[in-house]
Design a binder for this molecule. Structure first.
Ligand SMILES: [Zn+2]
Length: 198
């Protein structure tokens, strides 16, 4: 690396998080050619959006490190605390990013990649006490049916919240807290309370 003249600019954070520079776009999903991307900037004092993954060995809580990138492999049930009140299983990989900066905590979710991936999702709930599967809904989603995921998400969350029997574990009797949707604008007061909890 010798003989190079001139100045190599160090990009500032607005470039590294350029999708986050317009405040009106924060908290919303956008679509690039190959990816669905969601970004958010939250206050340093806000509770972390902790990622949970269900792997064959059990449930894993990913530590809220200052800078962390996780790949949630396609087919892996995952839940993100305070962001969506269910376990999502997407058949495509999802990358999660968390980065603590002076102005707040940046988050990103990146779903997609090459074409020929992403056709379906499932939404499920598992007993928080014993891990028993309480309910599972399969959704025909994918690139061509992106909105269908959110329509079905609304129905699944409503079905789960309306039915105490569905939320009660057959194995151990524990009752699951209410579910909530990704978009907090749809929260009922009880769902907003659940969002703060798990
Ligand atoms: Zn149970």
């Amino acid at each position: 690396m010798s003989g190079r003249k001139g100045t190599v600019l160090k990009p500032d954070l607005s470039y590294l998080f350029e999708f986050n520079t317009a405040p009106e776009n924060r908290g919303k999903w956008s679509r690039s050619h190959d990816y669905f991307v969601w970004t958010e900037l939250r206050a340093l004092t806000d509770p972390p959006l902790t990622v949970w993954k269900q792997i064959p060995e059990g449930v894993v809580r990913i530590p809220d490190s200052e800078t962390v990138m996780q790949i949630v492999d396609g087919g892996t049930p995952h839940h993100i605390e305070h962001l969506f009140g269910y376990w999502r299983i997407c058949d495509a990989d999802i990358i999660t990013v968390r980065s603590v900066q002076a102005e707040g905590v940046y988050y990103a979710l990146i779903l997609g990649g090459c074409s020929g991936t992403y056709f379906s999702d499932s939404i499920q709930w598992i007993c928080p006490k014993c891990g028993h599967l309480l309910a599972k809904f399969d959704i025909e989603s994918g690139r061509a049916r992106w909105n269908a995921f959110w329509d079905e998400e609304a129905k699944c969350v409503a079905a789960f919240n309306e039915d105490p029997a569905l939320r009660t574990c057959d194995e151990c009797g524990a009752e699951h807290p209410l579910a909530y949707r990704f978009d907090p604008q749809h929260d009922s007061p009880a769902e907003a309370e659940a969002r703060a909890q798990w």
